[in-house]
Structures are given as C-alpha cells and as structure tokens.
Write a protein that binds this ligand. Sequence first.
Ligand code: GLU
Length: 306
Amino acid sequence: MRRTLGVPLPLTLLRLLLLLLLVAPAGCGRAGTPPVKGPQPGALPGYQVAGGDPVPDSPTLAAARARGHLVIGVKEDQPYLGQKDPASGVYSGFDIEIAKMVAADLGFAPDRIEFRTVASANRETALQNGQVDYYVGTYTINDNRKKLVGFAGPYFVAGQALLVRRNEKGIDGPQDLAGRKVCSAAGSTPYQRIQRDYPQAKLVGYDTYSACVDNLITGQVDAVTTDNAILQGYAAKVPDELRIAGQPFSTEPYGIGTPRGDTALRLAIDDALAHHEQNGDWLRAYRATLGLSGVPAPEPPPIDRY
Ligand code: GLU
C-alpha cells in the first residue's frame, strides 16, 4: 500500500510545500523565510553578439535567420542548470547560459532565442524533426546517440549518483538498490544503466527528475538516480530532506545536441564553446549558476571536434 493512503492530508501538504520550494525562483521565498538561493540576473555575464552571418554553411541557422529567432531545446525543472520561472516564464541556469553564449557567437542576441522544454526521452526526435535548432540540457554524449544526432562539446562532465531521503540508512551506492524502488527519467543514460547493470532494483520511470524527487519526498520511491550535477541542485533546495548517497559511478560528458547532418553548426558551436572557455565567460556563468549548489568550478573538459 502506498504510504500516502494512511495519512493523506499532512503528506499532501508537505508535498505541496516542498514542490513550492523546488520551483521557487530566486528572491521569492515565503514570507518570513530567507529567499531560496538561485541565479541572480545581475551576476550573469553578457555575451558579445557576432554581427553579419557568421556561419553561412549551416542549413539550421539559415532556417533560424529566416524565422527570425533560434529555438533551443532545454530542461525546465533542473535547479541551477535549466529552470523555468513559472511566473515570468524566464529560463535560467548553467545550461541556459551555455545556450546563450553559443547563440551570441552564432549571431543571435538573447531576445532572439526561444527556449523550448524537451524531456530526456524526446531529445533525439526533437532534433531530427527540426523542432529545436540545438539542445542544451544535461545531454550525455555517447555512441548510440551519435548515430541519431551530432554533439558539440563536451562543455562539462558529470557522473551518475543517487539522491535519498536524509534519514535513509540502507543505500550507499547502486549495489544497495536490490529490491528498492529507484526512479529516473525515461530515455536517460542513468535509467538505462540501472536497467542493464542493476536488474534487481525496482526501476520506476517518469518524464522528469522533478517528478521522481516528488515521489522520493513522499516516500513512494527510495532513491532518485541521475547525474550528480542535477541531484546536487535538488538537494541544495531542500537540504533538510534530501542528500546525495555515496560516490558517482559513471562518466557523463555533456554535449550540445545538433541535427546530425549539420556539420557546420556543430563545428561552429565547438568554436563558440572554446572561445567562451578562454575568455572567462564559462567560469563566470558556472559561478553564477551551478556553483551556487555548492560545488566549486572544475576545469572545462577538452572539446572533441570530430
Ligand atoms: N546526462 C544523462 C542523459 O543525458 C542524464 C540527464 C538527463 O536525462 O538529461 O541521459
């Protein structure tokens, strides 16, 4: 029986309060409580926008120029990485900054970017069908996906980890998941790794990690698994409730997904990443976003121009 059935009201209230905390934008704490830490617009770098037509060979960018704006696929529920303010509709986070700095070098100012939320399971289809021009959202580069889409980068390296309730005693690593309920996003590499390497775990799939976290808080699953960078953000929002258990157990290099045939776009994005890593924008953006979840900036990984 689900734990919520015995005491529906308090758990429903708790669930609502914690959800509010998870989605609250910077500066909007509840009355009497300090504001939830989040990216402060004033601390974000601005990016010099390239003039003219800097990448004339890219069919994706030609279509974007004809349309008048870029459409960039992102996440909307990953604190410090890609998060949408429900009131203003504004997206913020490290992935959003990466998307913007790249757009600037491609000739698009922030007011010519439309961010579109695309879940983990739908990224390849969205790129293949031209629903987004490129995708920046904790997107691991791997050979299977490279058969379907292109990848610029990597621009960051994460590792799969586990998020548990603070009082959890029995889970210190994936080996402890046998017989326990673990939640992840369908179509993600962490979901696939549990399915393949830890078949004794009771794997639950949702579209988003925030749905998993909601189920962890209310006791319907015992752990959430995905990249440490994502889980750190959820833990930082409700540190009294949640913590990361054990050490990362995979390597997840984050790339920018591109339509597979558009080599000119992919290489132009590699150039843009290298440029912003060298001029300090990458580090400033990290410190103003993901760095707020408590992890100091790493060195950006070497870019793989293939
Ligand atoms: N980096 C992993 C992946 O691309 C997990 C995060 C996500 O689902 O976006 O599948």
